[in-house]
Design a protein around this ligand. Structure first.
Ligand code: NAD
Length: 358
């Protein structure tokens, strides 16, 4: 199979691989679309078992960023970087400087930021080599950690879906959260403050214990989170949480969480629909983080300070967009992920047509 046959390829504008012998950097940057503006999306560091798996992840995540940025109404296209390595032991300043040089070679067609396994501190090293880095701390345009804004958007989305599917507010609703890292932990605190009952799981025992202490959440093992009797299942770990094995075990009437690529495939989304489960399309509900990052890119490009009010306006618009997706899916009796994909593709195609005509 070649790159062009991969099901995740879907007309990527560019796929770039980088190797730096001195630092050991092995990295893929996938640029799905620049029709709406420069491609933007985080950098993930993960110990992929093979380069093929890393490529597949980069392509899927990059396409999802195009859709996410379009749905968040940002003047940005979609891209993603993946670094092959173990973030617990393979990180060095030299590795991230090499990554910065790799990003610089793309000349601004791709803006990077943090994702799983990569922190703002890591990106300060990349920033020494390229200006196309967002999500940093300590300068006037800086937006800092995007996770709290992602969690706020997810929180508003969960609230909306619960109102739609269950006709109630969050008080007393049981939410099962898979993964209490950056996004999951902030989400847990917001849900707890709104009166929800929480059941949480994480492979990181320290993280799960800390969140349980702060929120009174019940802790279950990572494998048991799918079997929890909950009103809402919130995937906030890695992709593919909703798959052929877990589908029949999840009894929640709402699936709404922060993770990217929650559905293992389109069939999983179709089955959720058939079972009457309301699914909040991941790249719509979790767009808060990229909105925050876009606020930084905007400030950097205008040489201005970061504007939280601009971010809040976009976040409010994002919840409206989620509402529009749910409305249209209900009116047309179709799965939410299909409707979201259709809207995102139409927005990207319209921008591409406009660019060609210009
Ligand atoms: P993170 O690494 O801080 O948190 C992920 C957590 O999931 C970790 O605590 C990890 O131990 C846990 N985990 C991994 N495998 C697990 C499993 N099998 N069962 C239970 N827990 C497991 O990452 P994050 O920044 O919180 O991001 C979480 C998800 O949200 C990712 O899919 C990411 O791509 C997506 N996302 C994050 C942001 C953001 O602003 N950080 C924005 C949009 C989307």
């Amino acid at each position: 199979m070649t790159l062009f046959d991969s099901s995740a390829f879907e007309a990527h504008e560019g796929v770039h691989s980088f190797f730096d012998e001195r630092s050991g950097l092995k990295c893929i940057v996938a640029v799905h679309s620049t029709a709406r503006g420069p491609a933007a999306g985080g950098c993930r560091m993960w110990p992929y078992a093979s380069a093929e798996l890393a490529l597949e992840d980069a392509l899927r995540l990059s396409r999802a960023m195009s859709y996410k940025n379009a749905m968040a109404d940002l003047d940005l296209g979609g891209g993603k970087a993946v670094i092959i390595g173990d973030s617990r032991k393979d990180k060095t300043p030299a590795l991230f400087e090499a990554f910065g040089r790799a990003v610089e070679t793309l000349g601004g067609r791709y803006w990077t930021a943090e994702d799983v396994g990569v922190s703002p501190a890591d990106l300060t090293h990349a920033r020494k080599q390229t200006r196309f880095v967002a999500g940093l701390e300590g300068h006037a345009a800086a937006s800092g950690d995007p996770s709290p804004v992602t969690a706020e958007g997810v929180f508003r989305g969960v609230k909306l879906c619960v109102a739609r599917a269950l006709g109630r507010d969050l008080a007393g609703v049981t939410v099962a959260i898979q993964g209490v890292g950056h996004v999951g932990a902030y989400l847990a605190e917001k849900l707890h403050a709104a009166g929800a009952r929480l059941v949480i799981a994480d492979v990181n025992e320290q993280a799960v214990a800390e969140v349980a202490r702060r929120t009174g959440a019940q802790v279950v093992s990572p494998g048991a989170i799918f079997d929890v009797e909950a009103d809402v299942f919130a995937p906030c770990a890695l992709g593919g949480a909703v798959n052929a094995t877990t589908l029949s075990r999840i009894t929640a009437k709402v699936i709404a969480g922060g993770a990217n690529n929650q559905l293992a495939d389109a069939e999983a989304g179709r089955q959720l629909f058939d079972r009457g489960v309301l699914y909040a399309p991941d790249y719509v509900i979790n767009g808060g983080g990229i909105i925050n990052v876009a606020g930084e890119i905007r400030a950097l490009e205008r040489d201005e300070a970061f504007d939280p009010a601009w971010v809040e306006a976009k976040l409010a618009r994002l919840t409206q967009t989620l509402e529009e997706v749910l409305d249209r899916a209900a009116a047309e009796n179709r799965p939410t992920h299909e409707v979201a994909n259709e809207i995102a593709k139409a927005r990207i195609a319209a921008a591409a047509a406009e660019r060609l005509a210009a």
